[in-house]
Design a protein around this ligand. Structure first.
Ligand SMILES: [Zn+2]
Length: 403
């Protein structure tokens, strides 16, 4: 599997976490079904957006934002992809790939830039469902043979602080060629699943296909484009209104709520991030904790099959979630939660009675606006190895073991 990763110039938007989360869940599910899965998730650390965000200093920004992305996604507690290549580590392979495209007539150089010759690949437009003649112009340049042609290599410009030598002079790769090369280097010329946000179908994925297939590689067999995340809801709470990055979402609501939130939407559809949907996800996580605090009751014999059938049917996580909410069987529930990195909900469910009592006293102190006492109690809870988190709106709280 290859899942397109972020272009690194800022903290990742909470919506950028969706392809990562889906990739990790799908790997986890497929492995549990006996498949041998390798997941590649790239870091685009050479890109116009990074040069624009930090003219003359893109490299340190890309390095910092790469670190943020790796830290923030690690905090989701899902583990990491098998390979997280950076474009900047594969420039010689990218140059070699472009040279082959030029040799075979699929690309041409103009004043230090190299463009893909769209007319040389008759299937162009098929992935995004466009007729070749209707394809909109990318990267305008009057020197191109055809307005549809897109850049594989870009000549170095004065405010660009990184460049590499190439047969066409100093420059750097275009965005699309980076992914064709990273996928092929780590997965070979043919692989099963290519993921990424729906906004990448055109031009990014259309161009990846064209570059790789023009050289006779089969490339991806299945495309899995996830729906985008939308900020919705008229009345955003003050806190939610400020949450736009993955970091903020994890800090504000906890990783379990963020993960349950993503489970509530079918991966191929848009998902709404609003006060209402985040609260609903929080409540669902709390329901699982309640079940795990109560006595276990055996589930019907076909329970797991129904869960598996939901995931085998186009990875329908909302359906799988509905099945999980019917269960009172701890073993079964933990096995299912484990597929989604949520087995730790059991640990949270088991906060000792005296810690829960302290957390309740703290909630009461907050209610009467005695914030000094509330802070003291929070510190006491922390000194005993637990973190208390407020659940938005209803005076509730979550207890999480400290890492
Ligand atoms: Zn990509």
């Amino acid at each position: 599997m290859y899942v397109c990763g972020p272009t690194v110039y800022a903290r990742a938007h909470v919506g950028n976490a969706r392809p990562f989360v889906l990739g990790m869940w799908l790997r986890s599910w497929l492995r549990s079904q006996g498949y041998d899965v390798t997941l590649v998730h790239n870091i685009t650390d050479i890109n116009d957006k990074i040069y624009e965000a930090a003219p003359g200093a893109s490299a340190p920004l890309a390095e910092r934002a790469t670190r943020w992305y790796l830290e923030d996604t690690a905090d989701l507690g899902l583990g990491m992809p098998d390979h997280v290549p950076k474009a900047s580590e594969l420039v010689p392979q990218i140059v070699a790939f472009i040279e082959q495209l030029v040799e075979r007539g699929h690309a041409y150089a103009v004043e230090g830039d190299v463009y893909f010759r769209v007319a040389s690949y008759p299937e162009y437009g098929r992935l995004s469902g466009q007729r070749p003649d209707d394809v909109e112009e990318q990267e305008p340049n009057p020197l191109k043979e055809d307005p549809r042609d897109f850049a594989l290599w870009k000549a170095n410009k004065p405010d660009e602080d990184t460049w590499w030598d190439s047969p066409w002079g100093r420059g750097r790769p275009g965005w699309h060629i980076e992914c064709s090369v990273m996928a092929e280097e780590l997965l070979g010329p043919a692989f099963e699943i290519h993921g990424g946000g729906l906004d990448l179908v055109f031009p990014h994925h259309e161009n990846e296909v064209a570059q790789s297939r023009a050289l006779g590689r089969e490339f991806a067999r299945i495309w899995a484009h996830n729906g985008i995340l939308r900020f919705t809801g008229e009345k955003m709470s003050k806190s939610l209104g400020n949450v736009t990055t993955l970091r903020e979402a994890i800090d504000e609501y906890g990783r379990e709520t963020v993960l349950v939130f993503f489970l509530t939407g079918h991966w191929s559809k848009p998902i709404d991030f609003s006060e209402e949907t985040v609260r609903a996800a929080q409540a669902r996580a709390e329901r699982f904790r309640d079940v795990l605090r109560a006595a276990s009751e055996p589930a019907p014999p076909d329970a797991w099959q129904r869960f598996a059938a939901a995931l085998d049917d186009d990875f329908n996580t909302p359906q799988a979630l509905a099945v999980m909410h019917e269960w009172r069987d701890h073993d079964l529930l933990l096995r299912a939660l484990g597929v989604f990195g949520l087995a730790a909900l059991a640990a949270e469910a088991e906060a000792p009675e005296e810690i829960r009592a302290l957390a309740e006293q703290r909630a009461a102190a907050r209610d009467r606006r005695d914030f000094g006492e509330a802070d003291r109690l929070r510190e006491e809870i922390e000194s005993r190895g637990w973190t208390v988190r407020d659940v938005a709106g209803d005076g509730g709280f979550q207890l999480v073991p400290r890492a």
